[in-house]
Design a binder for this molecule. Sequence first.
Ligand SMILES: NC(=O)c1ccc[n+]([C@@H]2O[C@H](COP(=O)([O-])OP(=O)(O)OC[C@H]3O[C@@H](n4cnc5c(N)ncnc54)[C@H](O)[C@@H]3O)[C@@H](O)[C@H]2O)c1
Length: 334
Amino acid sequence: MRIGILGLGRIGVFHAETLSRLDAVESLVVADPYRDAVTAAVERFGAEAAASPEAVLAAGVDGVVIAAATDAHPSLILAAVEAGVPVFCEKPVARTMKEGVEVLNAVRDSGVEIQIGYNRRFDAGFVAARAAVRSGELGPLHTVRSTTLDPAPPPAAYIAASGGIFRDCSVHDFDIIRWVTGREVTEVYATGSNRGEPYIAEAGDADTTAAILTLDDQTLAVVSNSRHNARGYDVRMELHGFRDSIAVGLEDKLPLRSVEPGVTFPAGTPHDFFMDRFTEAYRAELSAFTDVVAGRRTSPCTVADALEAGWIAEACTLSLREHRTVTIEEVRGA
Ligand SMILES: NC(=O)c1ccc[n+]([C@@H]2O[C@H](COP(=O)([O-])OP(=O)(O)OC[C@H]3O[C@@H](n4cnc5c(N)ncnc54)[C@H](O)[C@@H]3O)[C@@H](O)[C@H]2O)c1
């Protein structure tokens, strides 16, 4: 099949590389306002260059991957849907929930499949955790701990446009908590601090946060995030039930050093960032998209599904700002 790629930044190039290695993908057509990025993709992946997103959609593509900056997502999704082309769009759907809901309303009855890129849903560890919860082997859950710690903060310009750490980073934890547990979040309490790069505080953001989420079955989920984790990229989840406890990410490349005498685990080289931690998950995610394009399956993460994690991020952002518990109902109705 022929796949278009809109946006060739950090993740767009990574997706181009993954797509170029999938058997199902025969050719790539790419566009990015930054011409050097297009030239590089033509040379590196044998992609065809297009002058604009519209030109990609007019080039007979079977599906399109949107990896452009977040503020371009709504208009690009709508253009692809208008052209009747199945869409894979990186998270989040839009920069604000208002725009996200507008996209949802505009595409709801289109009949065009849209997959949003919550890659953890395709990671073998999270897939196994979901199966364990569903099988009942853990018993009813009482505690979930979800961690995402970045090795170093992104540049100031990225922070300023990111919408804050809950919308940009923790949103992956929020999505995967919903997906693994099968439960909805009802209320949150979030707090944050800044002991690192001053530009994060200057942007009104926090570099380190903690959030307590109450799920609709009374399970408590604790979400821990930081932009500063010198030892590497640390993504983990623990699930504790009345019958058993399990962990995702408890493997040799876990960026943590045990100080217990005689303990040598974890012995591997720590994960350095999301691209190495989730290489396989991104491959499985885009492979699933080729199945969506071929009509073999429906979208594994719809716009409606993706927006749910967004509401949790909104609630945490408000909770941090006002130092109080916030319900999802409150932000959804605001
Ligand atoms: N799922 C994940 O793990 C993950 C990881 C990283 C980024 N992302 C998401 O991917 C998106 C891109 O992030 P990034 O880190 O690659 O950003 P980036 O700034 O490195 O790249 C964005 C690219 O989009 C291009 N662009 C802007 N407007 C465009 C348009 N209208 N049409 C085509 N291209 C356009 C820019 O020129 C730039 O090359 C963001 O929405 C981000 O949230 C998701």
